[in-house]
Design a protein around this ligand. Structure first.
Ligand SMILES: Nc1ncnc2c1ncn2[C@@H]1O[C@H](COP(=O)(O)OP(=O)(O)OP(=O)(O)O)[C@@H](O)[C@H]1O
Ligand SMILES: [Mg+2]
Length: 347
């Protein structure tokens, strides 16, 4: 499965991202220009080979990055490359360097700016990305470097939600821990997003049976989360089952995968084309009414034939082909929904 990349020339080119990403990588190369004494001091102070990766090299990642870093450090302290007076110090440092390198973990590790992430536990195979879990972190890596622009959209969108959105509603989106560029052994650059893992939550794609009562609280929270995003000027653009996580006991809901956000979405989830409204498919435009259409479709699929007639009419009013015919305000819509459901379901 792959997100559909627009063929129309109006859609931004992927190459732009490479340049933008490259700009974020400049700082650490300076640290390569260190001399013998500093190299020795750093090696002798290192507790593990990982300590020598930060700032030691600007290239590669995981195992390859370690090999690359090893060569750089070895060149600096190799006993054959120094004067006789430094040879004993160099020999010690070189021995320590080799010992640290041999101990390097077998598990591939991705070095972010905040910390290193272990890449041994696959969490999910997304549409465009592979997702790994390390403790409370979800590491999201696009399979194709060309999809890095979508990861940038997600990172920028989450930052905007945090900056401009009402902080009380932040639990409706997964927090962005960090976003960085990683270069693989073939020097392909990818934008990686690290998100807070949502414990005990399940995506609606995996919810087989939901009672009408459950669907109602899901609908209400979906509209709450959407209203929050819309007021911060953010449109999600891909409200599909796999992008809504719920916690059944706690009645929690989190909207994930903000890669398709914006008024001119760069891509759609191709496998789910039939869930999109006409303005996205025909004009590549999205707005709050797009999210309302897709959220309603999702709820209708979840409730299926059990949907009572008043709710069916309500849903029909949210899924007109023309976006301007649909409700535009998710929070106002939540009020209208509450008016037609029994009091005991309004929670
Ligand atoms: N923060 C999270 N906590 C728990 N599970 C998550 C989290 N983020 C994603 N997942 C799981 O991983 C799956 C895929 O995630 P997501 O949709 O973000 O990736 P993707 O489809 O590859 O992204 P994109 O299409 O934007 O490249 C989700 O359906 C969900 O099951
Ligand atoms: Mg997805």
């Amino acid at each position: 499965m792959s997100g559909f990349r627009g063929a129309a020339t109006a859609w931004p080119s992927i190459e732009e991202t490479g340049t933008a990403s490259a700009a974020t990588r400049g700082a650490s190369t300076k640290s390569l220009e260190i001399g013998f004494d500093e190299a020795v001091a750093r090696i002798m102070a290192a507790a593990s080979f990982g300590d020598l990766l930060y700032g030691a090299t600007d290239s590669g990642s995981g195992r390859n990055r370690a090999g690359y870093a090893y060569k750089r450090w070895a060149k600096l302290v190799h006993p054959d490359a120094v004067s006789a007076g430094r040879r004993a110090t160099a020999t010690d440092a070189f021995a320590k360097l080799s010992a640290l390198y041999k101990q390097k973990p077998a598990v591939p590790v991705l070095h972010g700016r905040r910390r290193a992430y272990r890449m041994d536990a696959v969490l999910a195979h997304g549409d465009l990305a592979e997702l790994y879990a390390d403790g409370q972190a979800v590491i999201k890596i696009p399979r194709h470097p060309g999809d890095s622009d979508l990861m940038e959209v997600e990172a920028a969108t989450l930052q905007r939600l945090w900056r401009d959105g009402d902080p009380r509603f932040r639990p409706y989106a997964a927090r962005l821990i960090e976003s960085f560029v990683y270069e693989d052994e073939r020097r392909c650059r990818r934008r990686v997003n690290v998100l807070e893992r949502q414990d005990g939550m399940v995506s609606l794609a995996h919810v087989k049976e939901a009672t009408p009562q459950e669907v109602l609280w899901i609908w209400r929270r979906l509209l709450t989360g959407l209203g929050w995003a819309h007021r911060a000027g953010v449109t999600h653009g891909a409200l599909l089952e796999e992008h809504v996580l719920i916690h059944r006991e706690m009645r929690g809901l989190v909207i994930i995968d903000w890669c398709y956000a914006g008024h001119r979405p760069r891509a759609i989830v191709k496998a789910r084309q039939s869930a999109y409204p006409p303005e996205v498919l025909n004009d590549r435009l999205a707005g709050p009414a797009t999210d309302i259409y897709m959220a309603t479709g999702l709820i209708t699929r979840l409730m299926g034939s059990r949907m009572p007639e008043p709710l069916r009419r309500f849903a029909a009013g949210c899924t007109y082909d023309a976006p301007r015919m649909r409700p535009q305000d998710a929070w106002a819509l939540l009020g209208e929904l509450d008016d037609i459901i029994p009091q005991r379901y309004r929670n």
